[in-house]
Design a protein. Structure first.
Length: 242
């Protein structure tokens, strides 16, 4: 495996976890971008093989466009920009740049995504079962619902003719054509996502509970290793072959 020269964008808790995992796997952290001025270090940026972004939603679009303009391959785990997904994909391809995104880089969560879609393919045939998504994160999580919950919702909606979109539950019942997502922000919870299908007689559930941030960091570094040398707009399905 090639030793990578890595830039970390956003040096918070996830940035530090990515640094630890990357160093453990023999890669080199050559620069950290934690503010706009850090983008001025072009001598360092031009040496990098890849950047990994876990910053904040407010600057995700700006970071992606900066990376594209510098032809810096980017792995982005920051969420909150998905309404602009089509725009970013088009810009990536037009500029011959390299972007790999995921709402969640955990291997376990990506396995959950796969089985979520497979279960939805079955459950849409049984309208007596009502799908619901519930997610729990730490109190510092800025976006609600989480990007992971939105990815789960899109996996379900794609299999249901009577569901047009998801909607965040806010103290009232929601019915089709919307899929309900509820959320909690509790303490230092790393991340829990549960998909349930409830009828009047029983309930079927899929659940993933992250024990710590290491799984996210390992997945992001794996994605960075896979991405080097490629051009285009990718996600974790491409990395894992799902």
């Amino acid at each position: 495996m090639k030793k990578l020269k890595v830039i970390i964008i956003g040096y918070g808790k996830m940035g530090k976890e990515i640094e630890a995992v990357a160093l453990q796997q023999g890669h080199e952290i050559i620069h950290k971008i934690d503010g706009r001025d850090d983008w001025k270090q072009l001598d360092l940026i031009q040496q990098a093989d890849v950047a990994i972004d876990f910053s904040i939603p407010d600057i995700a679009m700006e970071n992606m466009r900066r990376a594209m303009s510098l032809m810096l391959p980017l792995v982005i785990g920051t969420t909150g920009w998905y309404d602009h997904m089509d725009t970013i994909e088009e810009e990536t391809k037009l500029s011959n740049a390299t972007v790999l995104w995921a709402s969640n880089f955990s291997l376990g969560v990506n396995i959950l995504f796969h089985f979520n879609q497979q279960l939805a393919k079955v459950m849409h045939r049984f309208p007596e079962y009502r799908p619901h998504i519930h997610e729990i994160h730490h109190t510092q999580k800025l976006d609600a619902p989480s990007g992971t919950a939105i990815s789960i919702a899109n996996g379900i909606i794609g299999e249901y003719e009577n569901l047009d979109d998801w909607k965040l539950q806010e103290n009232k019942e929601i019915h089709p054509p919307h899929l309900v997502i509820s959320h909690e922000r509790l303490g230092q919870v790393t991340g829990t996502h549960e998909i349930s299908y409830s009828s009047d007689i029983d309930q079927i559930s899929l659940r993933h509970e992250a024990k710590n941030r290491k799984g996210f960091a390992q997945g992001a570094v794996l994605a960075a290793e896979w991405l080097v040398g490629k051009k285009g707009f990718f996600n974790m399905k491409d990395v894992l072959g799902f």
